[in-house]
Design a protein around this ligand. Structure first.
Ligand code: SF4
Length: 315
């Protein structure tokens, strides 16, 4: 098994493991990822926030790599040495990438439904500069309905391609993509009529920013005023394991469960997501574990936890 050292911590990993995955196995100083998504094949290599410095290529060829590399796309070699947070060059480069990501992204967190669970918000807090140097007009788009339950706010899109990979890999037919290149790239307009398949809602869950939002939840509540609870049901289309987001007795939305990297543990179907919003539809398991440095975790839902009254009646 190849041995890799990341920020002075050494680990043996299976051959073919990428630097990012090796860092996740270590669990410390993990490079951020906006486009890589371990459950989506071929993801990564777009956003460049996971750049790291390879100071030793391998045992056989110890030369350092001449440029910073995308850790999500670079496989570990035996004896490789990598610097992430211990390299000022990496931190500086990441700051530059965040600045680029924010060139067109509006700073509308106060009205954005993704606030509180937005990866770009966390990233800019950790790596961004206090001020933008960009003086030109940002590109703007009208919001658009893509399918009957999803709203596309293209202004906020960072073109990570995750939603197109969901369409490609979870649905029968590839129905949308990114049109244009460079400054004029955008999620294609013909999806307006096309997205109506059973797993399309997962695009909302994989979108790292507020570009794709759930129309049944939009503007209903700030996420930190809701209470995430794990629940499951017998579903013939997906695992049926979800997070219910309560406000009082009401389920405001249903999402997939997220792992420690903010990725869906398992993709869920649209029936579970949109059509099952009564507590009686679900078997409640307990408070959801929110493991990100998010405001959602500030309310300490895990203790004590009370079943909603309606669920108590059912038991
Ligand atoms: S809409 Fe969201 S998931 Fe799709 S490319 Fe844009 S940022 Fe990524």
């Amino acid at each position: 098994m190849p041995k890799v050292t990341i920020d002075d911590i050494t680990i043996d990993v299976p051959a073919g493991t990428t630097i990012l995955e090796a860092a996740r196995m270590i669990g410390e100083n993990v490079p951020p990822a906006m486009c890589y998504y371990s459950k989506l094949k071929g993801s990564g290599g777009k956003c460049r926030v996971c750049l790291v410095k390879v100071t030793k290529g391998s045992e056989k060829d110890p030369r350092p790599m001449p440029k910073l590399v995308a850790s999500c796309r670079t496989a570990v070699m035996d004896g490789m040495e990598v610097k992430n947070v211990t390299s000022p060059e990496v931190i500086e480069a990441r700051k530059g990438v965040v600045e680029f990501l924010l060139v067109n992204h509006p700073l509308d967190c106060p009205v954005c439904d993704q606030a509180g669970e937005c990866h770009l918000q966390d990233l800019s807090y950790e790596h961004g500069a206090a001020k933008s140097r960009y003086e030109f007009k940002r590109r703007t788009f009208e919001t658009r309905d893509i399918g009957d339950k999803i709203k596309l706010h293209m202004n906020r899109c960072i073109l990570c391609y995750r939603c197109t990979q969901v369409a490609d890999q979870l649905t029968d037919q590839r129905v949308h993509g990114v049109l244009g290149r460079g400054e004029v790239s955008e999620i294609s307009t013909y999806i307006e009529t096309a997205i109506d398949n059973e797993f399309s809602g997962n695009m909302i869950d994989v979108c790292p920013v507020g570009a794709l939002t759930d129309k049944t939840f939009r503007f209903k509540s700030r996420v930190w005023f809701t209470k995430p609870v794990y629940a499951h049901r017998n579903c013939t289309k997906c695992t049926g394991k979800v997070t219910l987001w309560y406000q009082g007795e009401e389920v405001l939305r249903v999402t997939s469960r997220k792992d420690q990297w903010g990725e869906s543990e398992a993709f869920i179907c649209n029936e579970c997501r949109y059509d099952k919003k009564a507590t009686s539809d679900w078997k409640i398991e307990g408070p959801a574990h929110v493991d990100r440095h998010s405001v959602i975790s500030q309310n300490h839902y895990e203790l004590p936890f009370e079943l909603p009254v309606t669920q108590k009646k059912l038991q």
